[in-house]
Design a binder for this molecule. Structure first.
Ligand code: PEP
Ligand code: MN
Length: 338
């Protein structure tokens, strides 16, 4: 249930109302917008509140029953777009951000070279996997702790904030200086992991599970938000269908739909969405046109030799060309690239 307060509701009226609701055993989440405050009431039997006639309390404008199973991440609870600030890089609400870098961190030379190249092309953040979820246990599984050290080195060299994947809550302490934690497609429903990142005050990219419905994806985001962390960036990365010509099927329609349902920024990952470098640019541009708030793109200085995801990685030159086109399309749909 959502309680919308009147624009002129006093602090005292609000506090009294919150006390009353908490006293009945409900959890409260407050969202302060530009014009009014919204109080989200979670848990318990909301019929009790309806019977109390909450809508007649002083300072209350309206009471809305939210029928969707996710509440905190829904637009009903927070009508304005959420803007997430990653060390000065804004994403959402008209701010477009591009994250680029290799699938895996492989060596100091590789990550620093790619970081410099993507920065020069205009990327806003650097990606690189240190802990890699691989389908086969015999594939390269990442440099782990050393990979994070190398990412931090590349951050020092370029000033780019870093994004890297966390697979296991036991590694969380290694991520202290990481700017954005990525939760990968395979872990979208790892509820213990979601709960742990929900306790942090750090932005999280939540990739869509490759077989997840949009509702399941938003409920996974709700797990993070319900622990107190609202800095969630949703990432469409393709879903598994019967089609085998592409690695996944890029669900572009999910971008505008999720933006209708949720206030959270939505970015697009056409690298994993297609699995083919030659399809990355058209799907990236389609995502921008569909209203995405950002892109995450795999870039490698030598894709033929990459230890993971070489076939879907762009060389720096192609990435530069893509950035030029993104810069032209984004303003058409009301986004700004700095
Ligand atoms: C990745 O970003 O390299 C990755 C493993 O992504 P996903 O979880 O979307 O497959
Ligand atoms: Mn990858």
């Amino acid at each position: 249930m959502i309680i919308v307060l009147k624009p002129d509701a006093t602090e005292e009226q609000k506090e009294k109302l919150k006390e009353k609701i908490k006293g009945l055993g409900f959890d409260i989440h407050e969202s302060t917008g530009k014009e009014r405050t919204i109080i989200g009431v979670i848990g318990g039997n909301v019929n009790i509140l309806m019977e109390l006639g909450i809508e007649t309390y002083p300072g209350v404008e309206r009471v809305i029953r939210v029928l969707k199973p996710y509440k905190l991440v829904s637009r009903d609870f927070h009508p304005e777009d959420t803007i997430i600030d990653v060390n000065g890089v804004k994403i959402g609400g008209g701010h477009f951000a591009v994250i680029a870098g290799p699938c895996s961190v492989e060596s100091e030379k590789q990550i620093v070279e790619v970081a410099k190249a993507v920065k020069e092309a205009g990327a806003h953040m650097l990606r690189g996997g240190a802990f890699k979820p691989r389908t086969s246990p015999y594939s390269f599984r990442g440099l782990e702790k050393e990979g994070i050290r190398l990412l931090l080195l590349a951050k020092k060299e370029t000033g780019l904030p870093i994004v890297t994947e966390l697979m296991d809550p036991r590694d969380i302490d290694l991520f202290e200086e990481v700017d954005v934690i990525q939760i990968g497609t395979r872990n979208m429903q790892n509820y213990r992991l979601l709960t742990e990142v929900g306790k942090l005050d750090k932005p999280v990219i939540l990739k869509r599970g490759y077989a997840a419905t949009i509702e399941e994806w938003l409920l996974a985001a709700e797990y993070i938000a319900s622990e107190g962390n609202n800095k969630i960036i949703l990432c469409e990365r393709g879903i598994r269908t019967y089609e085998t010509a592409t690695r996944n099927t890029m669900d572009i329609s999910a971008i505008p739909l999720v933006k209708q349902l949720s206030h959270l920024p939505v970015i697009s990952d056409p690298s994993h969405g297609t699995g083919r470098w030659d399809l990355v640019e058209p799907m990236a541009l389609a995502s921008v046109a569909a209203g995405a708030d950002g892109l995450i793109i795999e870039v490698h200085n030598n894709p033929q030799e990459a230890l993971s995801d070489g076939p879907q990685s762009l060389k720096p030159k192609r990435f530069r060309e893509l950035m030029e086109k993104v810069r032209k399309i984004a303003p058409v749909v009301g986004s700004e690239l700095v």
